[in-house]
Design a binder for this molecule. Structure first.
Ligand code: AHG
Ligand code: MN
Ligand code: MN
Length: 333
């Protein structure tokens, strides 16, 4: 079938045999995410119309102001993933602790945990700039029949069975991987169907875009400062172009299509950087590697890191392989 007309539903069925576990499980999982994506998309799209802009008046465990839409997206995702006989636990940026799901599953038979950043790029909500949702999926490591534990969530990124994001942009897209490349689907809002629009997405080997919050420049480690100066230098194919949206999902999506590097380094203000390992960096790292890109904390592969906390932060360098390797060179010297 030409990919032009292929729906996400058809794609899931056609490719379910490549899943290393039972075929029906992959379909259930991605279908649950697909549904949640549509529900959240519906809310995000009408943000300016109903009273869901602005802050919710609360802070999350990380001390960040929660936007109303952060809270709403969180609720919708959790509601939708519950009761689908596939997910046994959810961890979210907006929840202090992980959630055990056992409503339909009193015997704890479900096998997958989902970690989410329900609304990524919160600061862009009120100004109508693209935001996203990020998800990461693991198989539980504790035995079925017992309640899920923290250990099931604290797995290194290399154990992920699927990961992806939804970008609520000029069009809404669902981009995901199950370890067999990265595919992007665009939502036709008129009929509520995702179509395969970006098969086999790949980062160009190198690129000309660097994305970093340069307002933090003076606080960056010397290696990062030197790499930024390298990007700006008039030499060969440089200077590169600076593009920073402030939604990781959007910056990543653009860089994957055009070629580029995204950086959120540590700084003297934030010793471990800002981004969260479990529901921001790991899923993006899995996608990056599946799309011929690379993700690093400046020294080592993101997906090798053994997490110790649910909301742990990590410095993040991600994008076109050659560019991330160059940044690592600067970090070492
Ligand atoms: P979130 O909205 O989920 O808290 O994530 C925001 C993240 C990321 O998406 C973005 O790239 C980065 O924070 C922006 O941070 P700065 O404003 O510090 O540059
Ligand atoms: Mn985020
Ligand atoms: Mn968020």
């Amino acid at each position: 079938m030409s990919h032009k007309n292929q729906t996400l539903g058809e794609f899931i069925i056609e490719n379910q045999t490549e899943f290393q576990y039972s075929t029906g499980e992959l379909s259930k999982l991605i279908n649950a995410i697909r549904l949640a994506a549509k529900v959240v998309n519906h809310e995000v799209n009408k943000a300016g119309l109903v009273d869901i802009l602005g802050t919710a008046g609360d802070t999350n465990i990380q001390g960040e102001n929660q936007q109303k839409l952060d809270v709403l997206a969180n609720e919708k995702f959790i509601q939708t993933l519950k009761n689908r006989e596939i997910v046994c636990g959810i961890a979210s940026e907006e929840e202090d602790d992980y959630i055990t799901i056992n409503s339909l599953d009193e015997n704890h038979q479900n096998k997958y945990v989902v970690l989410i950043d329900p609304l990524d790029g919160s600061s862009n909500i009120d100004v109508n700039v693209s935001v996203g949702t990020i998800f990461s999926i693991y198989r539980r490591i504790t035995p079925v029949g017992t309640p899920v534990t923290l250990e099931d969530f604290l797995q290194p990124g290399k154990n992920q069975v699927a990961a992806g994001y939804i970008i609520y942009g000029t069009s809404t897209m669902l981009v995901y991987t199950t370890g067999h490349g990265v595919n992007g689907f665009t939502l036709n809002p008129a009929i509520g169907t995702f179509y395969l629009s970006h098969p086999n997405m790949q980062f160009p080997e190198t690129g000309k875009i660097y994305s970093v919050n340069e307002g933090n420049y003076i606080h960056f480690p010397q290696g990062v400062k030197d790499y930024i100066k390298y990007c700006q230098k008039e030499e060969g194919d440089r200077p590169y172009t600076s593009r920073y949206i402030g939604s990781l999902v959007s910056d990543f999506h653009r860089n994957m299509i055009k070629g580029g590097i995204y950086m959120y380094p540590k700084s003297s203000k934030a010793q471990k950087g800002k981004l969260r390992l479990l529901y921001e960096c790991n899923p993006m790292a899995f996608l990056a590697e599946q799309a011929n890109g690379k993700a690093s904390d400046g020294y080592q592969r993101i997906m090798e890191i053994q997490p110790t906390e649910l909301h742990e932060r990590v410095p993040f360098f991600c994008g076109s392989k050659k560019m991330v390797e160059k940044a690592e060179e600067f970090m070492k010297s």
